[in-house]
Write a protein that binds this ligand. Structure first.
Ligand code: GAL
Ligand code: CA
Length: 343
């Protein structure tokens, strides 16, 4: 008798486990499990790691008696092949939606094929696939920001500060000698930001002279190296440093700090992102301005979209551009409004 009870109980437990592992039945039983696999191009990237942290926080806010959420994060450490394997592992482990931050934004085919075969939708984020790739299947989306706008805002910020502070033109030649620290070659944000910031400064009537540029892959230590070289090449000549992100602006500041260069030979620095340390550098008046890359907004849109895709509630409430894209606006951050961004 007792044995039969145990058997029945085991069967009941097994049955309920089956219900839990199948997406459709979860919905009818009122138990919804949102299992998100996040594939990051590189968790050593400050902005991405802050974005992923915010995503986890915001997704967990959807939890209730009926809804559980889990997030598994994989770090490809800059290798696309590694990321392809990680996506396969995430799908095999039962993830029902993926958030993919491609290593190589021109090479998503393997990941798209895997997702389509298994019917697991993908929210690409931050590194924008080319449009033809996103059109390959209906279960593909993108969440990011308007790259052009970040360059424009950085240019406007720099133009305002240059106009208001004649001391920035240290050699008084009527031109601003500048260098650019660029993100990865081939990244939409690096190419467009560099182009737009310079165009905007010129359109605002600022005369510029480009001394040099360095590619530093969004990375603080690499930017410090590049900057140290450029200071050596142009001693006391650089008046403005335009960095494609905050970490590289901070790396440039590190270079000046380590060389013990004082106020009279320092340029002004501008970044993009508004990372925790970037904001602090504005408060400390080491960096003159940055552009808020709305990681909270992007993470929130990803969480909302992930919920909608898995719950089958439909995407009606979501504001897409071209049916697949969600772009969050950038914002100016200067010493005047930095307080609003500190959390
Ligand atoms: C940019 C961001 C950079 C870096 C890069 C990675 O949007 O400004 O800091 O995180 O994405 O793809
Ligand atoms: Ca000058």
């Amino acid at each position: 008798m007792r044995g039969r009870k145990v058997l029945a109980l085991t069967a009941a437990v097994l049955a309920s486990m089956l219900v839990l592992t199948s997406c459709k039945e979860q919905q009818s039983s009122g138990n919804l499990r949102i299992q998100v696999g996040v594939a990051s191009y590189n968790q050593g990237d400050t902005f991405i790691s802050e974005l992923v942290r915010s995503f986890k926080e915001q997704l967990s806010q959807y939890e209730s008696d009926e809804i559980t959420t889990t997030v598994t994060v994989k770090d490809a450490a800059g290798v696309q092949r590694t990321q392809d394997d990680q996506v396969e592992e995430l799908i095999d482990s039962g993830c029902n939606v993926l958030c993919v931050n491609l290593v190589d934004r021109t090479d998503p085919s393997e990941i798209i094929d895997l997702a389509r075969e298994n019917d697991v939708p993908i929210i690409f984020f931050n590194r924008e696939p080319v449009a033809e790739d996103l059109m390959q299947w209906s279960g593909l989306y993108y969440v990011g920001a308007y790259a052009e706008q970040s360059g424009e805002i950085q240019g406007e910020l720099a133009a305002d500060i240059i106009r208001d502070n004649s001391s920035i033109d240290r050699n008084k030649d009527g031109k601003i000698q500048y260098v650019v620290l660029e993100g990865e070659a081939g990244h939409q944000d690096a190419i467009i930001r560099t182009e737009k910031v310079v165009d905007t400064l010129r359109n605002q009537g600022i005369k510029l002279e480009k001394l040099s540029y360095g590619i530093a892959n969004w990375n603080r230590a690499q930017a410090e190296n590049r900057m140290t070289q450029m200071i050596g090449q142009y001693p006391n000549k650089i008046e403005l440093v335009l960095a494609n992100n905050d970490d590289m602006a901070l790396g440039a500041i590190d270079a000046y700090d380590k060389l013990n260069l004082t106020e009279s030979s320092r340029p002004v620095f501008f970044g993009i992102d508004g990372t925790d340390e970037g904001l602090q550098a504005i408060v400390d008046e080491k960096m003159s301005g940055t552009v808020y890359n709305d990681k909270e907004g992007q993470a929130g849109a990803m969480a909302q979209l992930a919920m909608a895709l898995v719950s089958g509630e439909g995407l009606d409430g979501i504001d897409f551009e071209n049916e697949k894209y969600i772009y969050l606006p950038y914002q100016k951050i200067s010493p005047d409004n930095v307080e609003e961004f500190l959390r």
